[in-house]
Design a protein around this ligand. Structure first.
Ligand SMILES: NC(=O)c1ccc[n+]([C@@H]2O[C@H](COP(=O)([O-])OP(=O)(O)OC[C@H]3O[C@@H](n4cnc5c(N)ncnc54)[C@H](OP(=O)(O)O)[C@@H]3O)[C@@H](O)[C@H]2O)c1
Length: 314
């Protein structure tokens, strides 16, 4: 399979990433339905290779995934084929502290953006992954107690040490993004948030307008509503969306599937949104890659918006 997915720059001074990013959460065993894939570097390696084979070279992780163990498994997978390290970009996140075996003193899930914690977690991630740098570090959730000066100190240190090349937010409002940016001598390069026909608030709460204006490509997680589009017991909304997408898929071409239509819907937005896909299926990784070649027209895009909202545009 030839490489299909193009590379884009997340922002003017940002890293090059693949237009479709591979999300690793469903491989981490934190979702109760996904445990079959936990603890197996070979399974992880086969997904990395399937992705790289179609041009999906950017991987989205978090220190938290797999109850703080998944980065180590991902690193073990890379050790099986060390040449892969040069071909991929690693995004990881930090700031969520969640009670589990790896964090014995933690009583309640909370966020930690202290300088000390960020430095500790990045050093840990580097060791677990077995890499000398992280391409992009995101603060995973918006910390209500974030001291932007303190985060900036940590980011500047990690940057000057060459441990992290770029920084961004995840689930950040525009105001929070601007606050952190105001303390940094370099630009934040992206924000990752949920966006799909199921979660369209970024269209109207100014996030997509802001990032388009700044020429910063956001990353859209849960592009299929975290699998809701394929639910065995679909809601009325999902039924409407499926039947609309099936019609559009049939109109576009004989081998087009509704997950591809959904990815194309996201990528049609002029903010250059990069879907972070969550499938663990080798075939669906290839299907997803092919969606970069699909184009919807404005009426098709709006039909999907209408199927989701159950209404016409005003
Ligand atoms: N920053 C954050 O706070 C945050 C939050 C959530 C997620 N994320 C990132 O975003 C990534 C993607 O999120 P997500 O996993 O929710 O994305 P998603 O792509 O919306 O959902 C993935 C789920 O959909 C299922 N699926 C996909 N295609 C299917 C098909 N054709 N038929 C049946 N089932 C299908 C997958 O099952 P199969 O594996 O069987 O295909 C998987 O369970 C995560 O892995 C993570 O890296 C970030």
């Amino acid at each position: 399979m030839a490489s299909i997915v193009p590379q884009i720059k997340l922002s003017e001074n940002g890293p090059k990433v693949s237009r479709i990013i591979y999300g690793t959460w469903h491989m981490t065993g934190m979702n109760e339905n996904d445990e079959h894939l936990l603890s197996n570097p070979e399974n992880i390696l086969s997904r990395i290779k399937a992705c790289v084979g179609v041009g999906i070279t950017t991987f989205d992780l978090s220190d938290l995934y797999g109850y703080y163990q998944f980065e180590r498994l991902f690193g073990e997978a890379l050790k099986l084929e060390p040449d892969l390290k040069k071909k991929i970009q690693i995004i990881t996140k930090t700031d969520i502290v969640k009670p589990c075996e790896a964090v014995p003193k933690c009583r309640i899930k909370y966020y930690n953006t202290s300088r000390e914690y960020i430095l500790q977690q990045v050093n840990r991630s580097l060791g677990m992954l077995g890499v000398d740098h992280i391409d992009l570090l995101l603060l995973h959730r918006q910390d209500m107690l974030m001291d932007a000066d303190e985060v900036a100190e940590a980011f500047k240190q990690l940057h000057s040490e060459g441990k992290v090349l770029h920084f961004g937010g995840s689930n950040f409002t525009i105001q929070h993004f601007k606050l952190l940016q105001s303390r940094l001598p370099f630009k934040l390069v992206s924000n990752q948030f949920e966006f799909s026909p199921y979660e369209m608030s970024a269209l109207t709460d100014d996030r997509l307008d802001y990032f388009q204006r700044k020429r910063i490509a956001p990353m859209a997680y849960s592009p299929l509503g975290s699998g809701k589009l394929f639910a065995k017991e679909p809601t009325e909304q999902t039924r409407r969306m499926r039947s609309t997408m099936e019609q559009i898929a049939a109109d576009i071409g004989s081998e087009v599937s509704i997950d591809q239509v959904c990815y194309a819907w996201i990528m049609m937005h002029p903010a250059n949104i990069c879907p972070v896909i969550g499938t663990t299926s080798l075939n669906r990784i290839i299907t997803a890659a092919k969606s970069v070649n699909l184009t919807l027209d404005r009426q098709q895009w709006t039909e999907i918006w209408s199927a989701s909202t159950g209404a016409q545009v005003p």
